[in-house]
Design a protein. Structure first.
Length: 138
């Protein structure tokens, strides 16, 4: 069994959903592993990872609108230590995920035709985000 791990620092993104598939694909290619699994782990509690539509950017806009409508500006939030967007960011992160597992086939992510990996940036000014990518070969 072969394991390859790399930590990445993603650039600061604006609030919203951003495709980061190419960042993950580079790590998988560097690993030299052709068959196995990749685990992507986000080391933050106010951003998230998810897989969804990779072609039409309006999907990412609709995701942002839905999660803002569902989670933002609730009068009962107590946790506001880092600002008004802090608690909504934690809830969005929990509703989505901080990690993903994706099969690796023929040295590539085994995503469907229209699938891409999103980083959900849930803070107004989240800054750079760190992810750990672990590729395990079989």
């Amino acid at each position: 069994m072969q394991i390859y791990q790399e930590s990445l620092t993603l650039p600061a993104f604006s609030r919203g959903f951003h495709l980061i598939t190419s960042h993950i694909e580079k790590v998988v290619a560097s690993s030299g592993i052709t068959t196995g699994m990749v685990n992507i782990f986000l080391q933050h509690t106010s951003a998230s990872l998810t897989i969804n539509e990779n072609a039409d950017p309006s999907v990412r806009v609709d995701f942002e609108s839905f999660f803002n409508d569902t989670c933002d500006d609730k009068p009962y939030y107590i946790h506001t230590y880092e600002g008004r967007d802090d608690m909504p960011a934690h809830i969005k992160s929990s509703l989505l995920s901080s990690s993903l597992n994706i099969p690796v086939t023929a040295g590539r992510l085994a995503l469907g035709t229209w699938q891409g990996v999103y980083l959900g940036e849930h803070r107004d000014y989240g800054g750079k985000r760190k992810i750990v990518v672990t590729v395990q070969g079989i």
